[in-house]
Each structure stands twice: as C-alpha cells, then as structure tokens.
Design a protein around this ligand. Structure first.
Ligand code: FMN
Ligand code: SF4
Length: 490
C-alpha cells in the first residue's frame, strides 16, 4: 500500500477511559433517530468485506459467526459488507440479486438482532461494480485481447516506413505488435490500450460506446430497488447504498465522469443517477426501513471530487430524503498500484487507498480521526441548508475522548469504527461498562487489509492465533487462523 513519504510512525492516542457512570452521560451512548428507527447509541460498525460467502454469493455459517461476533459488542448500527445487487457471478462476495439469497440473509439479520438482544440495527450495503480483468501476460494481450484496427496498421507503417504492412493479415499484425520494443509501444497503442496491457482491462462509466454501460441509468435504479426490497424482506433494518470508493455509483458522482448524456459533466448531472436510484428504492421500500448512502468526502485523485463537491452533494442527497450520509474517503482505481501479471488492480493500494484506511505510518497529521473534518464540512453544509440528516464519520477512530470530541464539535452524529471494532468487537461495550482498560487496541498496520486485498478470509493479527484448539473455534481454510475474535471473558 502507498504510504506518505514522511513515514512518521505515530503512537496510538493516549486513552483515558470513562467510568460506567461517566459513560452513561456521554454523547456517544445517547440514542439517535435514524429515519424510521432509533439507534440505541451513536456507535457504528461500517461495512467490511470478510470473504466468507460461498463462491455463489450465499451466506455461510462463517458469515453469520462474523456478524454475530460484532453484534455481541452491541453497536448502535452494524452495516453488513458490500453485497452485489446483480444476479451474476462475483466470487465469494455476498449477493442479493435474486430471491434465492433471501433465506440466508434472513438468518444473518436475525443473528445480529438476537446476539445484540435487539439493541443493534443491522443495515446491508448494496453495491454495483463494473467489470475488471486481470493484468494479462504481454503475449496474450497482443495475441487475443487487443482489438487490432487500421489505426495500429498505420502506426506500424509510419514507425517502420514499410508500406507492405497495410497488406498484413490480423495474425501477422498481432505478431509484429508483440515484437515491438517497449519504447515504441506509445507510438502504436492508445493510452487506454497501454493501460489495458499494463494493468488489465477495466470498464468505466464513460464507456458509453458499450450498450450495457450506456444503459446504466436505465438498468441500475430497478436493480437497487429490488435488492433493497429483498433486504427489508430479509429483516434488515435498512440499506446503505454504496456510492463510495471505486465502484459504479461513485464513478457517476466523480468529476472524472464526462458522460454527455445528461448523467455526467456538471455536478447537477453527475448526481442525476444517484437521485434516480434513491427515488426508485424509496418508491419500493417506502418508510419500512432506513435508507442511507455511503459516499466520498474527497476522491483523493487528480481531477476527482474534493470536499466542496462532497458538501454540495451532501445537501442534494439530504434533499432526496435519505436517512443518513456515511462519509468515506478515496479508495480509487485511478491511482492504484500496477498489479502483477495475472492479478487485478486493487483500489486501495495508492494514495487514495491510504486515505481510505490510513495506517500509523503517516504524515505529520497522522491517521487518527483523519477524515472527521471532512465529515464536519459536509455536516455543516447539510445543516446550513436546513436538513437534520445524520452524518457518519469513519477513519482512525479508536478512543473515547476522540469520539466525544468529534460529536461535540458537530463533525458527525455517528462514530464509525471498522478496524478498531475488528480488533475488539466489544470495544464500544467495554467503554460503556467502564472497562475501557480491557480494550484490545487496533495497531493500524493493516494486516487485515492485506488479507482483504488477496481475497483471503479477513482476521485480526491481535487475536487470530489465540486458542486455536479451544472448543467451537472455526479456522481459516488453511487451518492457521481463527475466524472470529475470542469471547470477552469478564
Ligand atoms: C477488511 C476491510 C474491508 C472493508 N470493506 C468495506 C466495504 O465492504 N465497504 C465499505 O464501504 N468500506 C469497506 N472498508 C472500509 C471501512 O468501512 C472503513 O471506512 C475504513 O476501514 C476506515 O475506517 P477505520 O479507520 O475505522 O478502519 C473495509 C475496510 C477493511 C479494513
Ligand atoms: S489486523 Fe491490524 S489494522 Fe487490522 S484490525 Fe487488527 S490490529 Fe487493526
């Protein structure tokens, strides 16, 4: 993963944990209305993909165990991982694109309600993403993937001053292209073709020459609406539309979206599809469940959105009647590291990925609560426009006073903690009970994220080798790590 060049190693923030009595008066443990429900506290576990679904996207017992463990810590809200809305294969990512997935999801929602004694609201994150291929070996790219055209023929002719090239058949042309020295490639391939060769082919929302990309504004609203309806039928308290990171909806919002069909260009046009998705979901779901979205407070890429755009979007998204706005940052393909041959580009490997999940090796500002001020700017704009929509902040939040400060300064209404909750799923509960000194504190070195990148079952280095032979402990596929955090022995 990219790291700030300063590479300053930060210590964990000093923690002074409250007594149970002090915690009882703390803002973070106050209830808060969120759409048609009330969260019992302002604590939130945001979406984290743990790679435990079946290859066909079904809920497994390991998926249920994973969420049950978080629910035992009784966060106000627990968001289930990015779940695919289409009925197409997408590897071991959860799916909700057909009614056959509902039974498993029902068991999952039930397990969360049961383990939290009804205290935790469970939402599911709904995602759409475009196609991405692995980086091809050079010979395969020229032999099979590149669509050869007269443009290539002409470029080769100019390069070699060889008029005979015009008469070459496609196979011979491919062979000549494959034999070109590296330095000549930019004269023959387009920038996009070079990217396909060096990083693997990746669709963009601006590829409107492809019918299925052109038609996204027609296909996506009903897909999101049907998925949300299934979520409510499965017993979820709400849905979070995934409008963040490297995926389809965030790409529509991004300033890099130059579509000329009324869904790209100016901000007013870029938000058109998100608005239509929200309207379609609301029309089907009504007020039976909470409906919110996660989107980016800053794309952190050249030419992408900045916080001013995000503040404007926040107001417009609040105007649609969304019940919450969860703010994330970065996590884009555009600055991702070049993958090895045979691997796909991964959107959390560049600077924007760092800003999404900052580590202790940082710049002077450090990783802790790094993105709260962005959430604060968005919340300020939303409140300024007269909307009370709750705003959720995430990014390096791991300590009580830090969380209280964010709430007191009005930067957010909910405190989301992904990695600290993974390190210790009971951490919010421990603070509430005056037992903060027992918290297993996240070290923010991203061992979990490295597993996620390789699509390996995600665990935390602080507990995954503990008591492997204890009864009822389930292990990773290689038998080397436990899959959920050990129980809290009080
Ligand atoms: C293993 C892992 C998986 C994640 N999966 C998702 C996801 O499915 N959807 C999402 O919006 N964010 C995802 N995230 C990002 C987190 O929700 C969160 O925004 C990020 O880790 C920063 O918060 P933190 O500092 O509290 O960890 C993931 C993070 C991790 C570490
Ligand atoms: S693996 Fe590291 S970064 Fe991830 S939750 Fe555990 S301590 Fe935190």
């Amino acid at each position: 993963m990219w790291q700030p060049p300063e590479r300053i190693k930060h210590e964990l923030p000093l923690a002074t944990w409250p007594t149970a009595q002090q915690a009882a008066g703390a803002q973070i443990f106050e209830p808060l209305e969120i759409g048609p429900r009330t969260a019992c506290t302002r604590t939130w576990v945001p979406a984290m993909v743990p790679w435990r679904a079946t290859e066909d996207g079904f809920v497994t017992p390991d998926v249920i165990d994973w969420y049950r463990r978080f629910a035992q810590g009784r966060p106000g809200v627990l968001v289930v991982e990015a779940t695919a809305i289409r009925d197409i294969p997408s590897g071991p990512l959860l799916r909700i694109g057909h009614d056959r997935f509902v039974d498993g999801l029902r068991q999952l929602a039930h397990a969360v309600h049961d383990a939290s004694n009804g205290e935790t609201l469970v939402f599911i994150q709904l995602i759409d993403f475009l196609s991405i291929r692995r980086r091809p070996p050079r010979d395969k790219f020229f032999a099979r993937f590149l669509e050869v055209t007269d443009r290539h023929r002409e470029a080769l002719r100019l390069l070699g001053d060889d008029p005979g090239i015009r008469l070459l058949g496609d196979d011979e042309l491919r062979a000549r292209l494959a034999a070109l020295p590296e330095a000549d490639i930019p004269y023959v391939l387009s920038a996009r073709e070079i990217e396909d060769l060096e990083r693997g082919y990746r669709e963009r929302v601006t590829d409107t020459h492809l019918p299925h990309i052109r038609d996204l504004p027609q296909t996506l609203p009903p897909l999101f609406a049907a998925a949300a309806t299934r979520a409510v039928a499965a017993g979820f308290d709400g849905v979070e539309l995934h409008f963040a990171h490297a995926y389809t909806m965030a790409s529509f919002l991004s300033a890099l979206n130059t579509r000329d069909d009324g869904y790209g260009g100016a901000r007013e046009h870029r938000i058109r599809l998100p608005r239509e998705v929200i309207a379609a979901v609301r029309a089907q779901m009504g007020r039976t469940g909470v409906l919110g979205c996660r989107y980016l407070g800053d794309d952190v890429i050249e030419g992408g959105n900045h916080v001013e755009d995000a503040a404007w979007f926040g107001v417009e998204l609040a105007r649609t009647g969304l019940d919450f706005l969860s703010i994330s940052k970065g996590g884009k393909f555009e600055d991702a590291r070049q993958p090895k041959v045979g691997w796909s580009a991964y959107p959390y490997t560049g600077r924007s990925g760092y800003e999404c999940m900052p580590t202790i090796y940082s710049d002077a500002r450090g990783p802790f609560a790094r993105n709260a001020s962005i959430a604060g700017t968005i919340r300020g704009a939303v409140r300024g426009a007269g909307f009370e929509t709750p705003v959720v902040a995430a990014g390096g939040i791991c300590e009580f006073e830090q969380a209280e400060g964010i709430l007191a300064r009005g930067e957010a209404d909910f405190i989301a903690s992904a990695r600290q909750s993974l390190a210790d799923p009971d951490w919010f509960l421990k603070i509430r009970q005056g037992r903060g000194s027992e918290i297993r504190r996240c070290e923010f070195t991203n061992y979990c994220e490295a597993l996620d990148q390789q699509h390996k079952q995600v665990t935390c280095k602080l507990w995954d080798r503990e008591a492997l032979d204890a009864p009822d402990v389930t292990l990773t596929n290689d038998g080397k790590r436990r899959l959920v955090a050990p129980p809290w022995r009080r």
